[in-house]
Write a protein that binds this ligand. Structure first.
Ligand SMILES: Cc1cc2nc3c(=O)[nH]c(=O)nc-3n(C[C@H](O)[C@H](O)[C@H](O)COP(=O)(O)OP(=O)(O)OC[C@H]3O[C@@H](n4cnc5c(N)ncnc54)[C@H](O)[C@@H]3O)c2cc1C
Length: 450
């Protein structure tokens, strides 16, 4: 088919893809057809996911409508399962298992990352990840249910196990999940008279093989987070990992067995498996690109965000870390450079100095270092919430309203039970979608004999 204007296909509408599509539609207007392929009709603001799991934010608050924010972009619902570089075509599966393909003149790959698995026995079966909205909803319900079941049982061992929550990985995701989780379960328990009289306090363990929490961030943020977590009663175990997970609990590498019904797997992420299937050079699963975000040897293909290994020009020899801050800025530049490749503007190289990090520790507490200035306590809390409001591409009033309600009202202690354990497996290439009966996820499709 002959097109009268070039077609740009952006695969993935996260921090990078959303920014790329937005920049392209602003810069090219009607001079190109911009198509955005994504499994959901929303952009997910991942940094606030722990607040969804803790019952502070309703799930729709962290989603931002793609058609609502990108009116000149054509949204195609689906997941890319193959990229044919020679034919310049993306093959995808739609939400009702329908197959489709999209021809492109320019391609932007921004498919992000998925839960990282480690070869630890039992983990794939008994642990849950924390990379998508279904997993956050599952965790909220599951935690609520454990407290309710603990209140109902007369068996003290079962009660203790149900009220023990293990988070593996003390990066920003695990640290926030544990910090928010402890406050959430304390609030749930306050509502359970019977359970309160039994005299148990829910117990959260945060494990990491590294010698400190937030190992990838500034030491001062680690110290702040460590102090807040321990002060709140979280059992922080650094230099510790999981040897095995079972239905009854987890065996730690120091030989201790912890009875629990909850293991949250936050050991990190790996690039979306689609990237390695494209057949281009990768660096630890991330697609190698030039500083212009262009894939070497393929002037029509660009990649950005967690899925791309982008040289860090501020730290020669390294690649930019997998953070929202980099992904959003790379997405914007990818949009500009794609436009430049079509004759609109000049190509530029990606260079960005870290502006600091914010870690929400629940309540009014946070650890933050905006522009390198270390902050803690309520000041950090205010900066963190202000940062999130500014960074979200929409829904700001709704998010702020939920925060206000949470400050003045008790949290709703109900579990809807809509997301079941089997529908959010740890080993999935599609953490953004809950598995449905009869449906086949991308992970299953690629498994031999699966
Ligand atoms: C719980 C949590 C908290 C975090 N907190 C912070 C934080 O505070 N600060 C920070 O800087 N970073 C944070 N991060 C990391 C940050 O969210 C990521 O670095 C960022 O989302 C990467 O952006 P991206 O666009 O590359 O990928 P994503 O935002 O993950 O977007 C990828 C998109 O691609 C889509 N997709 C995937 N596969 C396909 C396919 N085959 N076909 C079509 N579409 C596909 C996905 O559905 C998604 O929409 C956090 C991450 C998590 C999980």
């Amino acid at each position: 088919m002959i097109r009268n204007r070039p077609r740009i296909v952006v695969v993935g509408a996260g921090f990078a893809g959303h920014q790329a599509a937005k920049t392209l539609s602003r810069q090219l207007r009607d001079n190109a057809e911009i198509v955005l392929l994504n499994p959901t009709d929303y952009f997910l603001y991942l940094p606030l996911l722990p607040q969804v799991a803790a019952g502070i934010l309703e799930p729709r608050r962290v989603t931002v409508s793609l058609p609502g924010t990108l009116p000149r972009v054509r949204l195609v619902l689906g997941e890319a399962d193959r990229v044919d570089l020679a034919a310049r075509r993306v093959h995808y599966t739609g939400p009702e298992d329908d197959k489709g393909e999209l021809e492109y003149d320019r391609l932007v790959l921004a498919v992000g990352s998925v839960n990282k698995l480690l070869p630890v026995p039992g983990v794939a079966e008994h642990a849950h990840g924390f990379r998508g909205l279904p997993e956050a909803l599952y965790l909220r319900d599951h935690v609520t249910r454990q407290i309710e079941l603990a209140a109902a049982t007369g068996d003290p061992d079962e009660r203790a196990a149900r009220c023990t929550f293990v988070v593996v990985g003390a990066g920003y995701t695990g640290t926030e999940v544990a910090a928010q989780g402890q406050m959430f379960t304390d609030a749930l328990v306050r509502k359970q008279r019977a359970w309160r009289h039994a005299g148990h306090k829910p117990r959260w363990l945060l494990l990491d093989i590294a010698p400190r929490v937030l190992p990838e961030l500034d030491r001062r943020l680690s110290r702040t987070a460590d102090t807040v977590l321990r002060g709140r009663g979280v059992d922080v175990r650094t230099g510790t990992s999981v040897k095995e997970a079972t239905h009854e609990g987890v065996l730690l590498d120091d030989g201790e067995f912890v009875d629990t019904r909850t293991v949250v797997w936050c050991v990190g992420v790996r690039p979306d498996p689609l990237v390695s299937e494209v057949g281009l050079p990768v660096e630890r699963g991330r697609l190698l690109v030039e500083p212009t975000l262009n894939v070497p040897g393929h002037p029509e293909v660009f990649a950005c965000g967690d899925a791309a290994a982008v040289p860090d020009l501020t730290r020669p020899g390294e690649f930019t870390p997998m953070t929202a801050q980099h992904a959003a800025r790379q997405g914007k530049l990818a949009g500009r450079n794609v436009a430049a490749s079509l004759g609109y503007g000049e190509q530029q190289r990606y260079k960005h100095n870290d502006l600091g990090f914010v870690v929400d520790l629940g309540g009014v507490k946070a650890a933050a270092n905006p522009l390198g200035v270390p902050l803690s306590g309520p000041v950090a809390g205010a900066v963190t919430r202000g940062y999130h409001l500014a960074a979200m591409p929409g829904n700001r009033i709704r998010v702020a309203a939920d925060w206000l309600l949470d400050a003045v009202l008790p949290r709703q202690a109900v579990q809807l039970g809509l997301v079941r354990s089997w529908s959010v497996p740890l080993d999935t290439a599609s953490p953004e979608l809950a598995r449905v009966p009869g449906g086949r996820g991308r992970a299953e499709q690629s498994e031999p004999g699966g």
